[in-house]
Design a binder for this molecule. Structure first.
Ligand code: FES
Length: 105
């Protein structure tokens, strides 16, 4: 588990309005830039394991390309017609031109 900040991709690879999945310490993390605010959440949909970076972004919600569950990047919870396990959340910081992530919960 990512208890300490780990360096990931250059910040320039995540311009506003984009999402990217990165791997760090065996965890798949969805990095999202919403108008300059950075979010980190588990990247693999807990429904049937689609990569959420293939979905669509609307504000701080991500719609899974698989079957349309809607994920809230601020809470890690997904809305669907059946209950879904929540995603872990990550803190994302920009330092020296790179994005660093650490697990929140
Ligand atoms: S895999 Fe995401 S909604 Fe089914």
């Amino acid at each position: 588990m990512l208890n300490e900040f780990r360096k990931t991709i250059p910040a320039s690879q995540l311009p506003p309005g984009t999402m990217k999945t990165v791997e760090s310490d065996g965890e798949s993390i969805l990095l999202v830039n919403v108008k300059g605010k950075l979010f980190g959440m588990g990247a693999i949909c807990t429904h049937e394991e689609w990569d959420l970076s293939e979905g669509t972004l609307d504000g701080h919600n991500v719609t899974c390309a698989g079957h349309g569950s809607v994920w809230d990047l601020t809470t890690g919870t997904g809305k669907f017609d059946e209950p879904l396990d929540p995603e872990p959340l990550y803190e994302v910081e920009e330092k020296d031109g790179y994005l660093h992530v650490r697990r929140k919960r």
